[in-house]
Design a protein around this ligand. Structure first.
Ligand code: 13P
Length: 342
């Protein structure tokens, strides 16, 4: 695949005010969420849940791409259709999570390094053959006492850039996800400083390793106060801090900033994205979009609860979140949509 094709994929993923659905929870993460809702933690339950998602009528009107997990790619819907084909049939571009998870970093207590580079070139070739068009790699950065360390930021940035270069070589669009976690008591200003440092380092590594910025998407955290911070800033302040931070360090050539939700409530994730688009859409060079996991899926997962009889109403819950976030990209999200769904 040519670079032009990768650029076209990036453009398609940000087009028409749509965003990406992250449905790529690893088995341990998916099982943890299922366990909380009393859903069996089996491969068949993962399959049934993901079938509920990808067969949601009209999902493709709001969702441009879906990130799948390796297990899902090798499964079929109950009609025997491979998931990659079912996603394509829904008018959605299929992608895949390719990292092997964030592991404890040697010599750096409390910090993580994402693994998965070994053998990645061959795995990417297989994914491209299976019809996947883009990939995702997530790095995790913790804010805490003396954290993050430069070592953690540099090592994760280097791995992200090596992954992105391999993706572009294999003809898969890389989604580069450096996530500064929300956990902690830190302020909005502290999150700003760490996010700026992390993104600066990531883009320096991407440049050093020859990754084309036009042929990638960034999947970052919003600049937010920590979950346990006593001061929880308004959506407008979050929007302003996030855009100000990104204007300093994200190249204008990157087509889209696809935020993760990171544990925000579904409503907050919509209202903060909305505030960014209301305030800054016409003044920033990139699309301000979403690539949410929990903020799109959580209400649907709770409604589904492992019961086939709940599929239709769970699909409505998913579609509702997708519509709210499409509206947020347009700066047209209103709290009233949560009640009426209109
Ligand atoms: P959340 O939106 O739930 O943070 O998930 C996004 C994601 O893909 C994490 O890697």
């Amino acid at each position: 695949m040519t670079n032009q094709a990768l650029v076209a994929t990036a453009q398609a993923l940000v087009a028409d005010d749509k965003g990406i659905l992250a449905m790529d929870e690893s088995n341990p993460t998916c099982n943890k969420r299922f366990a909380r809702l009393g859903i069996p933690q089996t491969s068949e339950a993962h399959r049934a849940y993901r079938e509920m998602i990808v067969t949601t009528p009209s999902l493709g009107a709001c969702i441009s791409g879906a990130i799948l997990y390796d297990e899902t790619i090798r499964q079929t819907t109950s009609e025997g259709i491979p998931f990659v084909q079912a996603v394509i049939a829904a008018g959605i571009i299929p992608g895949v999570k390719v990292d092997a998870g964030a592991k404890d970093m040697a010599g750096h207590p409390g910090e993580k390094i994402t693994e998965g580079l070994d053998g990645l070139r061959d795995r990417l070739k297989d994914y491209a053959r299976l019809g996947l068009r883009f990939a995702k790699w997530r790095a995790v950065i913790v804010i805490g006492d003396g954290l993050p360390s430069r070592a953690c930021i540099e090592a994760n940035a280097q791995a992200l850039a090596r992954y992105a270069a391999l993706c572009q070589e294999a003809g898969l669009l890389p989604i580069v996800e450096p996530e500064v976690l929300m956990d902690g008591e830190h302020s909005l200003a502290q999150c700003f400083a760490v996010t700026e440092q992390v993104l600066h380092t990531v883009f320096k590594q991407l440049y050093t390793q020859g990754v084309l910025p036009e042929a990638m998407l960034l999947k970052p955290n919003m600049v937010l106060p920590g979950l346990s911070c006593s001061r929880q800033d308004a959506a407008e302040a979050v929007a302003q801090a996030t855009v100000r931070c990104f204007l300093r360090v994200v190249p204008a050539a990157v087509p889209g900033v696809m935020f993760l939700s990171g544990g925000q409530s579904a409503e907050l994730a919509s209202s903060r994205l909305n505030a960014m688009n209301v305030g800054f859409k016409s003044r920033v060079p990139w699309a301000l979009s979403f690539s949410y996991g929990r903020a799109l899926q959580q209400p649907a997962m709770e409604t589904w609860a492992g019961q086939g009889t709940n599929v239709k109403v769970a699909q409505q819950a998913l579609l509702q979140r997708a519509r709210c976030n499409l509206a947020a990209r347009r700066g047209e999200y209103r709290a009233a949509m949560e009640v009426t769904g209109s």
